[in-house]
Design a protein around this ligand. Structure first.
Ligand SMILES: *Cc1c(COP(=O)(O)O)cnc(C)c1O
Length: 455
C-alpha cells in the first residue's frame, strides 16, 4: 500500500532508548579533566549532573529502559508521525521515495523535549530544586522549561543575546512554562562579566551561555545543569525517534538507503540515525547516515579531531571531537541551533571511523529547499531542518539522474513558526551565503593544539 502518513499506536511506543556505544567498533575516548589530563570520573561531574545521568553518560549497555513517568509525558505528543513526502517527490519528479519523521508536534516544536523530559525526571528523582541551562535560538530553553514545569522544578535559562533580542516570542513561551530567562552574556556570572568587559556589545554565543549556566549550577548545591545536545546521554534519549521510525517503516516494507538530519551538537541526527546505524554495525546492512551542517560552522567537514572544551570559558571537561575551536564565532545565520563549534563525541568518532558521512551546505540552498517543502508538504520547517531537506533533495535528484530507486529518510526536527524573521529575511533577499577562508576556519584551532590527547 502507498502510505502518506504512518501513525504508531501509543502502546507501540519504544520502551527503551538505544545506546550506540554498545555497537561501536571504536568506543568514544574519555573526557579529560583540563587540569590533570586524566579521564574525568563520576565524582568530577556530580556537582553538575544527577548520578543517574552520569551513569547513562558512561554506560556501554545496549538498551536502557524508559521509566513510566517519562513515557507518560512523552504521550503528550509521541509517537510522532512518519510522513511520506509524496508531493515533494512529485515536484522533484524523482523515482526516490522520501520519508520524514516529524518532531515539530512536540510542546516546544522540536525534538528537544525527548531529552529535556528525561533529564528533568532524573534531576527530580535526586531531589534537585533548580536546573540551569543555555539556549541559542530558544528551542532548548523552551523544551527544558516545559520539562521542568512538568516535574515542579525551577528553570533558569541563559539565552544568547542576539536571539534574546531577535526572538522575543521564544522568551515568552519559556516564561509561560515558568522559566526565568536572562540574556547572555549577563552580569550574573563571572564568565559573563568577563566577556562584557572585553566587549560590552557582545551578541553572545552558545559557548558563553554554557559557561554562565555551569557557573551558576556549580555554585549552588540545589542547582544542577542541563545540556540539550552533545553528551552521550542526550543522544541516547533522542533514539526514540529512529526506533519509532523503524517500526513505522515496517508498515511500508521500505528500509532507508540514506538517513539524513541536521547536526548542531548531534542529538537529533543521532536520534534518528543511530537505530538505523545499528543494522549496519550489527548486521552489515547498507545504510548511509548523513549529517548536514551549515557552511558557516563546518566542524565536521573542516574542523579538526581534537580534545577541546565544550564552552568558551573552559569550564567543561575536554571532549575528543571534531571542533573549530571553542572560541570560534560563526557568522550569524538563522539556523541558530547549528551554530556550535563542536560535534558530539559519539558522532565525531563515527565520522572518523567512516561509519557516517557529513556535508556542509550554504544557507540560501537550505532556505530554497525549506520553501519548496512548505509549498508541497504544508509545513514551514525550522531553518535547522532545512539543511536536512536540502540534502534530501540532493539525494532525490541524484537518484533521478541515475534513474534509480532510492529510499530517503530525514528528520524534520522542528517547525519554523518562531523563525518567521528568518523567512522574512530570506524573501527580502537579506540572506547571503558564507564562505570562510582557511585562515578564519583555523584561527581558533591553534590554541587547542596543546590539548591533543596524550600519547
Ligand atoms: C537544537 C536544534 C538543532 C541542533 O541540535 P542537535 O543536537 O544537533 O539536534 C537542530 N534543529 C532544531 C530544530 C533544534 O532545535
Amino acid at each position: 500500500m502507498n502510505y502518506k502518513k504512518i501513525h504508531l499506536a501509543e502502546r507501540d511506543m519504544p520502551t527503551h532508548w538505544y545506546n550506540v556505544v554498545a555497537d561501536m567498533p571504536n568506543k568514544p575516548l574519555p573526557p579529560l579533566h583540563p587540569g590533570t589530563r586524566q579521564p574525568v570520573g563520576p565524582e568530577d561531574l556530580a556537582p553538575l549532573f544527577p548520578m543517574e545521568l552520569i551513569k547513562q553518560e558512561v554506560t556501554a549497555e545496549r538498551y536502557v529502559e524508559i521509566p513510566d513517568e517519562i513515557r507518560r509525558i512523552y504521550q503528550l505528543w509521541r509517537p510522532t508521525p512518519l510522513i511520506r513526502a509524496t508531493n515533494l517527490e512529485k515536484a522533484l519528479d524523482t523515482p526516490a521515495k522520501i520519508y520524514y519523521k516529524y518532531e515539530g508536534v512536540s510542546p516546544s516544536g522540536s525534538h528537544k523535549p525527548n531529552t529535556a523530559v528525561a533529564q528533568a525526571y532524573y534531576n527530580k528523582l535526586e531531589g534537585v530544586k533548580r536546573i540551569t541551562t543555555e539556549t541559542g535560538a530558544g528551542q532548548w530553553g523552551t523544551a527544558l522549561s516545559f520539562a521542568c514545569k512538568q516535574f515542579g522544578l525551577e528553570c533558569e535559562v541563559y539565552m544568547v543575546r542576539i536571539s534574546y533580542d531577535q526572538k522575543p516570542y521564544r522568551k515568552l513561551i519559556m516564561q509561560s512554562f515558568g522559566a526565568q530567562v536572562f540574556p547572555s552574556p549577563s552580569e550574573l556570572t563571572e564568565a559573563g562579566r568577563r566577556i562584557l568587559q572585553q566587549d560590552p556589545a557582545s551578541s553572545g554565543s552558545l559557548g558563553i551561555a554554557i559557561s554562565e549556566a555551569i557557573e551558576r549550577a556549580a555554585g549552588d548545591p540545589h542547582t544542577k545543569y542541563s545540556l540539550g545536545s552533545v553528551l552521550n546521554h542526550v543522544l541516547m534519549h533522542q533514539t526514540i525517534i529512529g526506533q519509532e521510525a523503524i517500526k513505522q517503516l515496517e508498515y511500508t516494507g521500505d528500509f532507508p538507503d540514506v538517513v539524513i538530519a541536521p547536526l548542531g551538537g548531534g542529538s537529533n541526527f543521532a536520534g534518528i540515525a543511530m537505530p538505523f546505524l545499528r543494522y549496519k554495525l550489527a548486521e552489515g546492512r547498507n545504510v548511509r547516515c548523513v549529517a548536514v551542517e551549515p557552511a558557516s560552522c563546518p566542524k565536521l567537514t573542516k574542523g579538526a579531531f581534537k580534545y577541546d572544551f565544550g564552552d568558551t570559558a573552559g569550564y567543561t571537561p575536554l571532549l575528543p571531537m571534531y571542533t573549530l575551536g571553542h572560541n570560534f564565532m560563526p557568522p550569524s545565520i538563522h539556523a541558530g541551533g547549528l551554530r556550535y563549534h563542536g560535534a558530539s563525541v559519539i558522532c565525531s568518532q563515527l565520522l572518523k571511523d567512516g561509519l557516517m558521512e557529513a556535508v556542509a551546505l550554504q544557507q540560501l540552498e537550505c532556505f530554497r529547499a525549506g520553501v519548496l517543502f512548505a509549498e508541497t508538504e504544508g509545513i514551514l520547517p525550522a531553518p535547522e531542518a532545512n539543511h536536512a531537506i536540502a540534502q534530501a533533495i540532493r539525494e532525490a535528484e541524484s537518484a533521478k539522474q541515475e534513474g534509480k530507486a532510492r529510499t530517503i529518510l530525514f528528520n524534520l526536527c522542528g517547525h519554523g513558526h518562531f523563525d518567521l524573521q528568518a523567512y522574512d529575511d530570506y524573501f527580502a533577499g537579506r540572506l547571503t551565503d558564507h564562505y570562510l577562508t582557511e585562515e578564519q576556519l583555523h584561527a581558533n584551532l591553534g590554541e587547542i593544539e596543546v590539548l591533543q590527547p596524550v600519547g
